[in-house]
Design a protein around this ligand. Structure first.
Ligand code: SF4
Length: 316
């Protein structure tokens, strides 16, 4: 049976280590590298993916989901149905004006859904990463380029508690390989690796890690991820204020397209406290506080970001 090995690249250390392992163990002609560009990537990550291609001598195909049709279809729905549902004409016009595709997958997905994803409704992963990747993999089989696809996924069980539970269950076994269906098999070769193991793989082939790891980021990928914690939000606001400005614009656009006229990238962190407003600026203000969210931590707010700061000891 002819097999193609499709390695998903995110720009992070785990997927880079997986790519290095695939290059070490599989014939080059059987390898395909893909990256799902969510439209919410840091420019350094996109540059890093270019660098990876040059350094490893590979081609990374960029996959971008397109929600133009969904946005336009929803605009037609708003025009035809909202007035009959009693939505005031001014609100209908506001939403119709906002329901225009931007060409950015993350933003268009949120405009279409009328909200941002959340921990409980993490639809971004499914629509922006999983679906484009599965479609690509099935197209390899449908077009006769192979009979089966091994989908190489750079996930590690020590990365997060929820991932450990999902992949390891009771701890009796670890699902490193399973059948996804339609001729596609999931393969997770670095499940038991540590973060250090991943950086060691980089060193073995002389590949620099994504520079964001030396700028205080413990994870790279979306900038920011909806799951970013308080410290990450503070670090991002100090190092990359442009991305906070962008999120503020995105919030205005998605709010205008939504019936509730309200959409925030992060949930309200302080529902009961004085920062009882939604929106990225309030989340940044909250990230500047000490535990409890009441008192601003002026030392951390005014502390200059270090030239090199890594949660993984890369600056030592
Ligand atoms: S990295 Fe975070 S924001 Fe981006 S798709 Fe994944 S869960 Fe969503």
């Amino acid at each position: 049976m002819s097999i193609l090995h499709v390695v998903s690249i995110s720009g992070g250390k785990d997927s880079a280590a997986t790519a290095i392992l695939a290059l070490e163990t599989q014939p080059r002609e059987s390898l395909r590298f893909v990256m799902a560009d969510t439209g919410n990537e840091h420019e350094s990550t996109l540059e890093y993916v270019e660098y990876m291609q040059r350094h490893l001598g590979i081609h990374i195909q960029i996959l971008r989901a397109d929600f133009s049709e969904e946005v336009v279809r929803f605009r037609d729905y708003v025009r035809d149905h909202w007035p009959r549902k009693g939505v005031p004409p001014a609100d209908c016009e506001r939403a119709i004006a906002a329901l225009v595709p931007t060409g950015n997958p993350f933003l268009d997905l949120c405009i279409w859904k009328g909200r941002f994803p959340s921990r409980k409704a993490q639809f971004c992963t499914e629509f922006l990463k999983t679906k484009p990747l599965v479609e690509y993999q099935l197209s390899l089989i449908d077009s006769g380029q192979c009979e089966a696809v091994w989908s190489w996924q750079g996930v590690r069980i020590d990365e997060s508690y929820s991932r450990r539970i999902r992949l390891q269950g009771t701890g009796a076994c670890v699902r490193a390989f399973d059948v996804a269906g339609g001729g596609v098999y999931n393969y997770r070769p670095i499940l038991r690796w540590t973060a250090d193991d991943c950086f060691e793989a980089h060193r073995l082939v002389g590949l620099e890690p994504n520079p964001l790891y030396r700028q205080g980021m413990s994870r790279v990928g979306c900038m920011p991820c909806i799951n970013a914690n308080k410290d990450e939000v503070l670090e991002i606001s100090k190092r990359f204020p442009r991305h906070i400005d962008r999120l503020e614009m995105w919030e205005a656009r998605v709010s205008a397209a939504s019936k509730r006229q309200e959409a925030s990238f992060f949930p309200d962190p302080n529902r009961d406290a004085h920062l009882n407003k939604r929106g990225i600026r309030n989340v940044v203000a909250w990230s500047q506080t000490q535990r409890g969210g009441q008192v601003t931590d002026w030392i951390r707010v005014h502390e200059e970001p270090k030239a090199c700061e890594s949660a993984y000891g890369l600056c030592e």
